[in-house]
Design a protein around this ligand. Structure first.
Ligand code: HMG
Ligand code: MG
Length: 296
């Protein structure tokens, strides 16, 4: 049977754009419910500057209080050495570094040029690896940039090459503003797979224009077997105007399992996590499966 790994980014990407402060205890309960549903890779929070992402200002407390489950890998975003120090103190065994393929988004998002980011991240990754911490890498704006428009595949390839050279074990290709189409996904992956092994790539589709599941399907046909998603379809990057949530985890699981692809995730339990978040946020979430369940 075919299998797919899901990287749940709801507690990080999902919440980072939420205006109303969510209680730390609710974030911890969400993380526990996601693990209960069978998710094995959970991005729990983000050690960025609290002024830039106020919602995740409690990252240190969240990371320290996760009730670790055997077999579940918990990770967090780290932009620089200060972020790595915080992750180490919190006891995380995995982090994710991030940068953009486009200069304009990189500058808006982390206040550095791409060149400056290389030297910051090479130190971060090196120190993390020495400390026994696994490092995942994200490349944002792989399919288009909210500021610069088109992004060349050469720019994407160059950033990926650098991240792999620095020591990340996997690169997640971010459609930050949900602008990709299945045709573009197929074309970009065709090029990227000439340079990088398929098992080291993941896809991270935002669903701003409703194309995320179609893009997942296109990526599946190219052999991608790791997908990022967010419970309820929550999310977005505050430094990418107009960007909305990731593909909803429950919609992704429903589609994959329906295609006979095992995810190891229990859809009913996932919907319990989604419904918990919906109640806490007090508004309908973008998830198709959640609204379907509630209608039925
Ligand atoms: P900066 O202002 O350039 O930082 O921000 P700096 O290095 O000049 O330091 C300024 C002050 O910030 C110093 O304090 C540092 O100690 C402090 P001071 O000496 O003035 O008192 N500082 C920190 N404090 C706590 N934690 C830290 C940290 N770093 C410095 N880690 C910085 C640079 C990267 C920090 C800032 O731009 C930032 O936090 N940006 C994060 C933006 C963000 O989180 N965006 C969303 C996540 S990315 C995303 O969503 C895309 C993704 O999902 C994939 C996709 O969809 O494409 C991953
Ligand atoms: Mg994202």
């Amino acid at each position: 049977m075919q299998t797919v790994q899901i990287v749940e980014v709801g507690p990080r990407d999902g919440l980072q754009n939420e205006r109303n402060v969510i209680e730390t205890s609710d974030k911890l309960q969400l993380i526990a419910l996601l693990a209960d549903a069978g998710l094995k890779r959970i991005e729990a929070t983000s050690f960025v500057h609290p002024r830039w992402i106020p919602q995740l200002a409690d990252a240190d407390t969240v990371a320290r209080h996760i009730s670790n489950r055997v077999g579940v890998e918990y990770s967090a975003l780290v932009p620089n050495k200060k972020g790595l120090e915080r992750a180490i103190v919190a006891g995380l065994k995995e982090i994710a570094v991030f940068m953009s393929a486009s200069e304009a988004h990189n500058k808006q998002n982390i206040n550095k040029s791409i060149r400056e980011t290389y030297s910051i991240l090479s130190e971060v990754i090196n120190q993390a690896v020495v400390a026994g911490i696994r490092v995942r890498g994200y490349v944002s704006t792989v399919f288009g940039c909210p500021f610069a428009g088109d992004v060349s595949i050469d720019d994407v390839t160059r950033v990926m090459e650098q991240l792999f050279k620095m020591g990340v074990y996997e690169v997640s290709l971010g459609d930050t503003i949900g602008i990709a189409t299945p045709k573009q996904v197929e074309e970009r992956l065709t090029v990227l797979l000439r340079y990088f092994p398929v098992e080291k790539l993941a896809c991270h589709f935002h669903d701003t224009r409703g194309t995320a599941l179609a893009n997942v399907y296109a990526a599946l046909t190219k052999g991608i077997r790791v997908f990022d998603s967010s419970i309820g379809g929550l999310g977005g990057c505050p430094y990418a105007p107009g960007a909305t949530g990731n593909v909803a985890t429950e919609d992704l699981v429903n589609m994959l399992e329906g295609m006979g692809i095992a995810t190891g995730v229990d859809l009913h339990r996932l919907l319990a996590a989604s419904s918990f978040m919906q109640t806490k946020l007090g508004r309908a979430l973008p998830s198709k499966m959640l609204s379907f369940k509630q209608r039925g």
